[in-house]
Design a protein around this ligand. Structure first.
Ligand SMILES: Nc1nc2c(c(=O)[nH]1)N(C=O)[C@@H](CNc1ccc(C(=O)N[C@@H](CCC(=O)O)C(=O)O)cc1)CN2
Ligand SMILES: Nc1ncnc2c1ncn2[C@@H]1O[C@H](COP(=O)(O)OP(=O)(O)OP(=O)(O)O)[C@@H](O)[C@H]1O
Length: 225
């Protein structure tokens, strides 16, 4: 038998994985990799566009919208007594929910801020309320100076963009997805953003985790079905 006649498979493969469609195995195939490259490029461009657009909105209008969003979030949370709510320190034109943190504390809730420990790792949440000291964290975002890690019951996640299925486009670090994927008990996740940040779809990938609800100044979005 000539070498050319040897079939291009193992006589006795260790397993049949090579015969199964990679998508069925939950593994990315070559096509998925190309699709993810395209989606990544598209997401990068959309992030830049959406951030530039919201920064171009006059500060007073953004402030008005922020107040309407905060009112919507407060109503959506319901009874805050004894619950931990994580918010964020606003940057790049995000809705300012700092007054909401005070309101939550006044109603008997605890508040926290997200802390980047390291790129590629889940976020931590550290207790913080108005008057507590802050220090500069990753990307110069203020974070609690005191190390008081906690597990929030409710996470307010700022969105750069969102879609009708409540998927969130963030800044591209994958922090919230990684964090939610590794929390033993999934908190309630409320996406927070401006109505103008709506996209037809963010082309959700395996790692994307949908928000339970998105609150904007123009209304509340819940995943269909
Ligand atoms: N106010 C606020 N605080 C927050 C978040 C947030 O979304 N908003 N985060 C929520 O996660 C974490 C910070 N996440 C960030 C993730 C990426 C970049 C960033 O600037 N990334 C690169 C591009 C990344 C890429 O495309 O690979 C950049 O823009 O240069 C900034 C913050 C924690 N704190
Ligand atoms: N659970 C996870 N495990 C490993 N990698 C993840 C996970 N979640 C997201 N990633 C990776 O993080 C990267 C950024 O993801 P994505 O574009 O969804 O970010 P984002 O949600 O916009 O960012 P952020 O949450 O920081 O605002 C991707 O390369 C993705 O594969």
């Amino acid at each position: 038998m000539a070498d050319d006649d040897i079939p291009a498979t193992f006589a006795s493969p260790a397993c049949f994985m090579h015969e199964v469609d990679p998508a069925y195995m939950g593994l990315p195939g070559p096509l998925d990799l190309q699709a993810w490259k395209d989606v990544s490029r598209w997401r990068k461009a959309e992030r830049e566009r959406l951030i530039a657009e919201r920064l171009a909105v006059p500060a007073e209008k953004r402030e008005r919208q922020g107040k309407a969003i905060a009112a919507g979030v407060f109503a959506e949370i319901g009874d805050v007594r004894g619950r931990i709510v994580s918010a964020y320190w606003p940057f790049r034109g995000e809705p300012d929910l700092r007054p909401l943190l005070q309101r939550i504390a006044a109603h008997g809730g605890c508040t926290a801020l997200p802390v980047v420990v390291e790129t590629g790792r889940p976020l931590e949440f550290h207790l913080w309320q108005e008057g507590d000291a802050l220090t500069r964290g990753a990307w110069n975002i203020p974070v609690p100076a005191e190390h008081r890690p906690c597990t929030p019951d409710i996470v307010l996640a700022p969105v750069v963009g969102y879609d009708p299925a409540c998927y969130r486009l963030g800044y591209g670090g994958g922090f919230f997805d990684r964090t939610l994927a590794t929390m033993p008990t999934r908190p309630r996740v409320i996406g927070v953003g401006y109505g103008a940040s709506k996209l037809a779809t963010i082309y959700p990938q395996m790692h994307d985790i949908a928000m339970d609800v998105i609150v904007t100044e123009t209304g509340i979005i819940r995943p269909q079905g």
